[in-house]
Each structure stands twice: as C-alpha cells, then as structure tokens.
Ligand binder design. Sequence first.
Ligand code: CU
Length: 408
Amino acid sequence: MAGGADATTPSMAGMPGMVMPSVFAGIPAGRESSGTAWQPDATPMFGHHLMLGDDWMLMTHYNVFAAYDEQSGRRGDSQLHSVNWAMLMAERQDAENKLTLRGMFSLEPWTTTKRGYPLLFQTGEAYRGRPLIDRQHPHDFFMELSGTYRRALAADATAFLYVAPSGEPALGPTAFPHRASAMVNPMAPISHHWLDSSHISFGVVTLGGSTGRWQIEGSAFNGREPDEDRWDIERPTLDSYAGRLSFNAGANWSLQVSRGYMASPEELHPGESQHRTTVSAQHRRGFAGGGQLATTFAWGVNRAGGNGTEAYLIESAWETGEKLTIFGRGERVQKTGEELGLNPRAEKFAIRQLSVGGSYELTPQGPVAVALGGAVSYSFKPGQLDAAYGKRPVGAWVFVRISPGKKM
Ligand SMILES: [Cu+2]
C-alpha cells in the first residue's frame, strides 16, 4: 500500500497495524459505496492501491465467481458461468476538494451469455424481445463510468456533483454486487428489481450535500433499463428522477430512504412508468479476530398505474475469520402473473426464497483471495404454481470466488 498515512488510504478500522480511514469533511472513506450510496463507516474495503505521482491514488477492486448453477423443474436450467466485475478508481483530494473517477466493468454478457444465468423466480429485463424469467440478466460491460466532485463547505459539511454516462442514481441501498452482505454470495436477489436494479442507468446526474452523518441527494437519470446490447453505452436521457436521504448511525449502521420515478423502465412495456420507494438498513459488526458480520434489511415497493408490488429482503454474510464465510438470504417478493409469464396475468403471487451457503478460502495470506464454496436456495410459492415450478423448487451452486486478499 503505497502512500502510507496518505489521506486517501482505505478504511480498515479495527484491524491492528492497518491504517485508520481517512476522513474528508466528516465522511470516512469506508462510508462510500456504489454510486453515491452510503454503507456503514467501518466497512473494510479490500483492494489494491497505488499512488500515481503525489496526487492521485489508484485503486482496483474486483469480485469474480466461476460457478456451476443448477435450478430444478421444467422452468429450471443449469449453466457453467461467471458472474464478475472489476473496478478501477482514481482519486485526488486536498482539504477542500475531492475528485473521484470510477470505471466498473463486467464481462457477464459473455460469461453468463446475453440470456443471463438460471435463477428460479428471477424477473427483469429482456432478451430477443422476450422478458427474462427464471434467469438473472447479465450486467452491462460498462457497469459504471462516473466522476464525483465533492467540495468541503465546513468542517463536516460538503456539497457534491456526480455525473455518469453509466451509473447509479440516488435510489435504493448499496447495489447488491457491491454490498458486504451480498458480495460473497454468487446469487442475485429476486428482489433486485424492487430495490437496486437502477444501479446501471445510462445517464445520471446527482446533486447532493452532506453534513456529519446525514446526506441528502437528488438525481435526474435515464429510467429505461439497459437493453440487450450489453456492450454499448446507451444514449443518455434524463427523463426520470430520484431522491434519497441517508443516515449513518454510529460506525456500524447505515440507513436510507429513497423514492424515484422511472419513465418507461421496460423496453417491452414502453407505455408504463413506475414509482419506486425503498427503505433499508445496512449493519456491520466486526470481531476481534478480524471477522465480520454484515447484514442488510430492505423493503421496496414498485407502483405502476395504481398497482403496487412489494419486496422484503434480509441477508447476511459472516466472515468468521481468515477462511470460513457463511452467508444467507431470505426474501419475500410479490410477482405478478405477467412478470412470471403465467395466468392470471394480474394476480400477485407471493414468492419466498431462502438461500444459504458458505465458502472456504484457500489462500488466506495471499494478495488475492481464492475461495471454494457452495450454496442452495429453496423457493416457497402458492400451490397454483406447482404445475409450472414443481412442489419444491430448489437451486444449487458450486463456485470459486476470486477477490482481493485481506492481507496486503
Ligand atoms: Cu443489477
């Protein structure tokens, strides 16, 4: 880690021998997560760092799964694939100004195919003019291209501007690929399109301000979900808006409430617009031996044309120490017959999905962490869906995960 006690070294609070987090006008570096979202201050961020000249700190971060995934029943499928992303970040700051440039990339259009990977009850986005059902769509190659300028107004107050041809508006909790409670889990939440699916929006401008533990922000953004050409940067429009209030209570809690309007989010239903409201709490608890327990609680509702559907999520990742990680997630999501490709189309089906898994790190001392893991998911749904999904829909995963090592 070049730069030593440089003000931009990452947060590794509570780890003996590690550099304490830098703070810019009341904002600890560990608080900043995907887009302009906040996470608990004490969240450690493991990555590789390098100083470029005296002013620029470069950081890379990545999360790569290679997995075999099998989902039961006639709507299920199996696939060998890779869920992945890598981030490059460049940052410079002085006492009053901080500039952050971020590029995040995913090869999923290639490694999970443009049809995405099998995941029972997952819905959202489209492929070849048909909705993706029981599959998680691939993330776009340009997951994020953004610049954030933050200016200190007082000792603990800032104003900021975030501009992104591809990025995340002020809506929802930290996006699941980037939050500590989900990063060790290869499965996407089936509540993704109720909470954080706007994390790849082609065109985002966010203005906001922070004071102490509070942040308020507003975005204008492109409400249309990415199309099936996953390699391009789509034409930005700012036809939608969102606002979010975040509050970091102590070092271990991050709370947010947000609301957004998305103009014509779905390419297959261009006449429909949507309102989304989300509330979430992210918690992190560190343990003496270096382990941590990260948990997210979230609730979201989508409303379109007077009709609403809701989602609840709770998920945890427990890194027990150097090697063993255990994770789990429980969700309850209302999906319509239309979303699931079933009749009656207007009916709301309550789907519950529970998943548990674990991984074991093979290289605990290395600069790159390689872990072997497995997971299972169980879905519970109304009996009416037996014909489509079978009585007990299950999914099973085995995977290898590659991420930055915790010892650097
Ligand atoms: Cu996503």
